[in-house]
Design a protein around this ligand. Structure first.
Ligand code: HEM
Length: 438
């Protein structure tokens, strides 16, 4: 649908690629600079066409939650998510979305979470054993392996390391392809992403008959058996697409969140000590959900890390009808709208010294996030709010508990983490951390 954006300030940018290269290099800083020039609503070009940035104080919460049916996610993401994850939940709206979300939710109910807590220690200890004997380890690749092992074991029932490695190689370009230039020729990220998708969906489709016949305790088997109230089951393709998307949603996000947390407490060692004090007497092999969720210091540090550099800094919706932003600006129907949760989480109106790492802002005395819930959005909000948020919290807290009991960790005083924000948040150098046995 061709949308007339004449009345929206901003510029058209370079043909085809538009601002893609600038955004890749500058990340959220690009949007902040444009906001200073054009105000809170402005247009810019991306390889998929013209879009509108909507970066006011409450833009993110309005678009994700309060606008309800005025916006959709399906059309908004179909050019990005569609080619790599067709049939995924991020392409669904309304009743269809409600139905599939309620099926996927089964993977994150209390009983399922308790089962995961029992299985996680073995995977965590296997991964941490790889640090033993080394003085310095790049933690980002290590945490990626951890999350892949977890998702492989818990969702697919796979623990074959060779296969997990193949999944890793296929899924990394799939994530990148969603936000790359859509050029399907050999050698491009986009092409590698589509190849990865073909490989993984073929491999997993082969497993469906066996999972239906001999179900295991994994989520793959549960999805094969899942039915809605009318007794309708998911097609083989839908099962595989949902699982692949869960894999993707869990993987980069959690690895980044954990890496950035470790970086922060390697730099701010007083918080490392406080976290260690809180978890020192715990045994992850014998821990329950209530204890994990009750770890207050760990939660403050986790929240502060996600506030400062969220795994998902921005997202997109499309207007189903003209949206009146203020008396001067109406965003036309059919417009693809970008909002930034990262910018909300640095807004000086709500956060004291937002550029400073200060977990105590999440403590009982200050509770900055409770005073401005619309500005704390690491897991999004509304109909598409992250399904895996508690699961991510469990993984991070259990991993950190074990790491903190075994090692002291640090970075050189003058080290500053080089971050690449686009297409996904990641440390450019793998994040080398020095480990010292305790
Ligand atoms: C620290 C880790 C994580 C962060 C920061 C995160 C963040 C987010 C955000 C911001 C969204 C909403 C995107 C939007 O509205 O456009 C989202 C959606 C989603 N996340 Fe997460 N996520 C994390 C981990 C996980 C994990 C571990 C899983 C599953 C195993 C998961 C599964 C999902 C799913 C299925 C959706 C789509 C929900 C829907 O469309 O209804 N996420 N996540």
């Amino acid at each position: 649908m061709k949308v007339d954006l004449k009345c929206i300030p901003g510029r058209k940018g370079f043909p085809v690629i538009g601002e893609f290269l600038k955004i890749s290099k500058q990340g959220v800083r690009f949007f902040e600079k444009e906001k200073e020039k054009y105000g809170e609503v402005y247009k810019f070009r991306m390889p998929t066409g013209m879009v509108v940035g909507f970066f006011g104080e409450k833009s993110a919460i309005n678009l994700l939650k309060h606008y309800g049916n005025k916006v959709n996610i399906g059309n908004a993401t179909k050019d990005l998510v569609g080619p790599v994850y067709p049939n995924s939940i991020m392409l669904m709206d309304g009743e269809e979305h409600k139905r599939d979300r309620s099926i996927l939710m089964e993977a994150f109910k209390r009983q399922a979470l308790n089962e995961y807590i029992e299985k996680l220690p073995k995977i965590i200890r296997q991964t941490i054993a790889e640090i033993d004997g080394q003085q310095q380890v790049e933690v980002y690749p290590l945490f990626k392996t951890l999350t892949l092992r977890i998702a492989g074991k818990l969702f697919f029932g796979i623990d074959d390391e060779v296969f997990i490695d193949k999944i890793n190689k296929a899924i990394t370009p799939m994530g990148q392809a969603m936000v790359s230039i859509p050029l399907n020729i050999p050698g491009t990220i986009y092409n590698k992403g589509l190849k990865g998708r073909r490989f993984l969906s073929k491999e997993f489709l082969k497993l469906v008959p066996e999972k239906r016949k001999n179900p295991g305790a994994d989520f793959f088997s549960k999805l094969c058996a899942a039915a809605n109230d009318d007794g309708e089951t998911l097609t083989d393709e839908a099962i595989v697409d949902h699982l692949l998307f869960l894999y993707q949603a869990a993987y980069d996000t959690t690895s980044w969140a954990m890496s950035y947390l470790v970086y922060n407490i390697a730099k701010h060692t007083q918080w490392q000590d406080k976290m260690r004090e809180e978890v020192n007497d715990l045994d992850i092999g014998n821990i329950d959900l209530k204890t994990i969720l009750g770890l207050e210091v760990s939660m403050m540090v986790f929240n502060e890390s996600m506030r400062m550099a969220p795994s998902v800094p921005l997202t997109i919706r499309e207007a189903n009808e003209p949206i009146l932003v203020d008396e001067n600006i109406t965003i036309p129907k059919g417009t693809k709208i970008w909002v930034s949760m990262a910018m909300s989480m640095k807004d000086e109106k709500h956060w004291k010294n937002p550029e400073v790492f200060d977990p105590s802002r999440f403590g009982k005395e200050r509770n900055e996030h409770k005073k401005c819930p619309h500005a704390f959005l690491p897991f999004g909000a509304g109909a598409h709010q992250c399904l895996g948020r508690v699961f991510a919290e469990i993984i991070v807290k259990m991993m950190m508990t074990e790491l903190l009991q075994k090692f002291k960790f640090s970075v050189p005083k003058d080290y500053v983490l080089p971050i690449s924000e686009f297409p996904i948040m990641r440390p450019k150098d793998g994040l080398p951390i020095r480990f010292e046995n305790l």
